[in-house]
Ligand binder design. Structure first.
Ligand code: CTP
Length: 422
């Protein structure tokens, strides 16, 4: 089986130590695992052990997620192919069944659109209690796979069902769930467009990274080098990708545009920050680099505001080149299956775009002529330059360009990575 991404939520119970063995088995099978530890879980296993074995940061609190709390947890719950709760304590399952979200684990479980597998572990009386049995039935009805606990002697000395299944058995159940499970069904919202995951949406199940906007390169605490990019085309593309069902990560330079619905957004200032966030966002199926990244930054930035010294002499401004994010991605071991660059040109548009495609190692360049239509306008006339030639579109609103581009990208991704069929 191809490597998958598993979000492992570890609840608080004496059986939590077995989750360490489960994590080891999953890593041995080649899967990437991110661990979330509940506060009670921390009493039984340490974040350090889990971080060392998973080779990933361990998340424990809703409030330690980077950047925006709101976005961080949604991203964690969407990045996974499968969410596994082991051990699933009586308390955790009760919260899941009720839809409570009072900590990171329960918030992730409520926010996820991915299949969920729970491996229960609790005292026999707790397992057999009508409340727990009701919660298990509710969860199963909601599409969660709840394993049967093992029968045997408990840590508390009692005997019966309630022991956490052995790590090998949970591992087998995970393999099966990855093979067969479908995302949790979401009801369509009354009067709203259909947000339920649907295989009809052409980018459903695809992960797309988009850069947008300008970058700001600091000179001193109050001054920076920038360009005129408005970010409108990149944001329209992010919106169209989310509408088409993709998981969208938008890495935005400084712009004052609202985040499109369903898009996970990370704000950056400089080219180097953007390059870092792009690398952190991998792997993705397609990357669309719409940002107008500053080619140069100040070679030295001053920690204090540079002052006039009264002599009339102008301070020197030495520049140094920024990393080329697109070219770097083309050579990255996790290069996306489809890599798309943008090129705003003022002359010899197609020749420059063709040369740029080859120079940067990307699959397509979306080229536009900005000589008569400066950045920031509402419309765009683009040419898609690929290995197969040039596809020129008429002038269209940026939203229409975005939607048409998403259709083309969906077709191309289906050719390059055929979607899994049920
Ligand atoms: N790009 C990038 N990192 C950079 C510069 C550009 O990722 N440091 C990406 C842009 O997001 C865009 C493509 O490369 O997708 C082309 O950007 P452009 O500014 O046109 O390319 P340059 O290499 O700067 O070429 P030139 O300025 O010579 O036209």
């Amino acid at each position: 089986m191809a490597a998958k991404r598993i979000l492992l939520i570890i609840g608080g119970g004496i059986a939590a130590y077995k989750s360490i063995e489960l994590l080891r088995l999953l890593r041995k099978s080649g899967h990437e695992v991110r661990c979330v530890l509940t506060r009670a879980g921390e009493q039984f296993v340490t974040p350090m052990t889990l971080a060392a074995l998973s080779e990933n940061k361990v998340h424990t609190s809703l409030f330690d997620l980077k950047d925006e709390v709101e976005m961080g947890h949604i991203q964690l719950s969407r990045e996974a192919d499968l969410v596994v709760v082991a051990p699933a304590t009586a308390d955790l399952m009760a919260k899941m069944a009720q839809g409570l979200a009072d900590d990171l684990a329960t918030t992730l479980l409520l926010a996820t659109d991915k299949p969920v597998l729970a491996a229960p572990a609790m005292n026999v009386r707790m397992w057999l209690h009508p409340a727990t049995q009701r919660n298990v039935a509710t969860l199963r009805g909601d599409g969660v796979t709840v394993m049967e606990p093992d029968v045997g002697e408990m840590a508390c000395g009692e005997f019966g069902p309630g022991r956490l299944p052995e790590p090998e058995a949970i591992h087998d159940a995970i393999v099966e769930a990855l093979r067969t499970a479908t995302p949790l069904p979401l009801p369509a919202l009354a009067g709203q467009p259909d947000f339920a995951p649907s295989r009809r949406r052409p980018l459903y199940g695809r992960r797309i990274l988009i850069t947008a906007g300008p970058t700001h390169e600091p000179i001193d605490p109050v001054r920076y080098i920038a360009n005129r990019s408005s970010g409108k085309q990149g944001f329209a593309i992010a919106a169209a990708a989310a509408e088409a069902g993709a998981d969208v990560l938008l890495i935005a330079g400084p712009v004052s545009l609202p985040t499109p619905p369903g898009v996970i957004r990370v704000d950056v200032e400089s080219a180097r920050e953007m390059a870092e966030e792009v690398a952190d966002g991998l792997p993705v199926d397609a990357a669309i680099m719409v940002a107008a990244v500053a080619d140069w930054r100040a070679a030295d930035t001053s920690a204090q505001k540079i002052k006039k010294d009264g002599s009339g002499k102008v301070p020197p401004l030495a520049l140094t080149e920024n990393p080329d994010i697109l070219a770097g991605l083309a050579e990255h071991p996790k290069r996306p299956a489809l890599l798309v660059g943008f090129a705003a040109e003022t002359n010899d548009v197609l020749d420059h775009a063709k040369a740029k495609r080859v120079r940067k190692g990307c699959d397509w360049i979306v080229a536009n002529d900005v000589s008569a239509d400066p950045m920031g306008g509402e419309n765009n006339r683009v040419h898609i330059v690929s290995h197969d030639g040039v596809d020129s579109w008429k002038r269209l609103p940026k939203e229409a360009v975005a939607r048409k581009l998403m259709e083309k990208i969906a077709d191309e991704l289906d050719r390059r990575i055929p979607p899994e069929t049920d």
